[in-house]
Design a protein. Structure first.
Ligand SMILES: *[C@@H]1O[C@H](CO)[C@@H](O)[C@H](O)[C@H]1NC(C)=O
Ligand SMILES: *[C@@H]1O[C@H](CO)[C@@H](O)[C@H](O)[C@H]1NC(C)=O
Ligand SMILES: *[C@@H]1O[C@H](CO)[C@@H](O)[C@H](O)[C@H]1NC(C)=O
Ligand SMILES: *[C@@H]1O[C@H](CO)[C@@H](O)[C@H](O)[C@H]1NC(C)=O
Ligand SMILES: *[C@@H]1O[C@H](CO)[C@@H](O)[C@H](O)[C@H]1NC(C)=O
Ligand SMILES: *[C@@H]1O[C@H](CO)[C@@H](O)[C@H](O)[C@H]1NC(C)=O
Ligand SMILES: *[C@@H]1O[C@H](CO)[C@@H](O)[C@H](O)[C@H]1NC(C)=O
Length: 373
């Protein structure tokens, strides 16, 4: 059925209360893989996971190779690298910005509606055509002053420090290629990072059709599979996502972060949320101030040998800091902040995908975990 019909069925029959099993996808069979470029399938998820795309169905048009980033939402591409970009056309569209807290980079530009094509002239994978506004970046600033960037107050510019320092703005930067496909990122410097910006959800065609298409995607070492089906969701165990009051009216694909309970060195776990971020190889954890953790001198880094456990209920991400970083789920390093003002939080980094295949079901608001086989 078409997705519009599907939404009506969803409204009419309360599929939301149905049991969590693969047969929810019965009859949905449209999907295609977007393979990662240059993937090392023996030890995947070491570096950025790249995919190819084009802004035209013409294979001779410019090819872009961004990294897939579940830690942001929205495509962020250098305007100067897009041959058809010009200022007069760009200024017809909403100006916007996104701030990526892990790199402190603030990107500004215009959200220009674009056609996005994957798998052009790839005999093994069907062409996927999406339509999303893309942030065509005309400036970037690293907000590296002493005053912390706050998206509510600072919006599209870095804060000025008390001593007058304002980080330098780089106009028309080249080489910026981010494919933000995450959820629940509006609260972290990306208020414009709403689901309508996600190229993996706003699909209009897969191989010439959109019949029997269930919006969502699965991240595995091979790449990202677009479209959930009974077959490709086999064996998934689900975690339901909370609804958030982030956009008005709410986009039906808008969901809160993954609930998780995290602990260090065998303490009682703290209930909070998790971000399974393909954009990082390291990890960040925020715990209550009474948590007992051992940090390296003059740093926020957990000492080697610390035992970290992140429990998703249906899946467990557990590692010893410093052990098996190259092949296992252990992040390259783990920073801890103790802060009672924040809900406990963990950004696992991308090594978690070495043990778990993870699906995002956008209409139902749930994440599926399946062990890597
Ligand atoms: C999906 O199922 C429908 C109905 O059974 C069938 O007509 C269609 O060819 C199938 N599509 C794919 C991609 O297998
Ligand atoms: C700007 O780009 C648009 C879309 O590609 C194009 O239609 C228009 O002619 C261009 N304008 C100029 C001044 O180059
Ligand atoms: C901030 O980054 C800029 C480059 O964007 C650099 O020139 C400057 O020295 C940095 N300032 C601080 C305080 O680190
Ligand atoms: C950002 O600023 C707003 C408005 O002043 C404030 O309510 C909010 O707590 C600030 N956020 C952070 C993380 O400091
Ligand atoms: C830390 O404080 C919380 C309440 O804020 C409490 O539930 C928890 O048991 C305490 N943990 C430890 C290790 O004392
Ligand atoms: C830690 O910082 C203090 C104060 O800045 C300094 O005196 C000390 O040498 C530092 N220790 C290490 C191990 O770097
Ligand atoms: C390292 O991680 C891999 C992948 O998860 C696992 O198969 C292997 O047993 C781990 N090795 C050690 C020494 O823990």
């Amino acid at each position: 059925m078409l997705f519009q019909q599907f939404l009506r069925v969803l409204g009419a029959t309360s599929v939301l209360t149905a049991g969590a099993n693969a047969s929810d996808y019965d009859g949905f069979n449209t999907s295609a893989l977007i393979p990662f470029v240059d993937v090392d399938s023996a030890i995947p998820f070491t570096d950025y996971q790249l995919v190819n795309f084009w802004f035209s169905s013409d294979i001779s048009s410019t090819n872009y190779t961004p990294f897939v980033d579940t830690g942001s939402t929205g495509m962020v591409i250098s305007a100067i690298d897009i041959p058809e970009w010009n200022l007069s056309e760009a200024s017809c569209y909403p100006s916007g910005w996104e701030y990526l807290s892990s790199s402190k980079r603030l990107y500004t530009g215009n959200w220009i509606p674009k056609d996005v094509y994957f798998n052009l002239e790839d005999p093994d994978h069907e062409v996927i055509h999406s339509q999303v506004p893309v942030l065509c970046v005309t400036s970037v600033t690293i907000c590296n002053g002493t005053t912390k960037y706050n998206s509510t107050v600072n919006e599209g510019s870095c804060p000025t420090d008390p001593d007058g320092y304002l980080p330098p703005v780089t106009e028309y930067p080249t080489g910026i290629r981010i494919m933000g496909v995450g959820f629940d990122r509006q609260g972290d410097g990306m208020p414009q990072g709403t689901p309508d910006k996600n190229p993996f959800l706003n699909v209009v065609r897969i191989g010439g059709t959109l019949e029997d298409f269930w919006p969502g995607y699965i991240i595995t070492k091979e790449g990202v599979t677009i479209g959930l089906t009974e077959e490709n969701m086999e064996g998934m165990e689900y975690v339901w996502l909370p609804m958030i009051d982030s956009t008005t009216p709410r986009n039906p694909f808008d969901w809160g972060a993954i609930p998780a309970c995290m602990s260090v060195d065998g303490a009682t776990c703290s209930v909070g949320t998790a971000l399974l971020d393909t954009g990082l190889s390291n990890s960040y954890i925020t715990l209550p101030s009474n948590a007992s953790v051992s940090l390296s001198p003059n740093s926020t880094l957990l000492v080697s040998g610390s035992d970290v456990k992140i429990d998703f209920g249906v899946a467990l991400d557990e590692f010893v800091v410093g052990e098996n970083v190259t092949e296992g789920v252990t992040p390259t390093k783990v920073s801890v902040a103790l802060n009672d003002a924040r809900v406990p939080f963990v950004n696992t980094g991308r090594h978690v995908y070495r043990a778990w295949e993870v699906a995002f079901d956008a209409p139902l608001g749930r994440v599926g975990f399946r062990p890597v086989s």
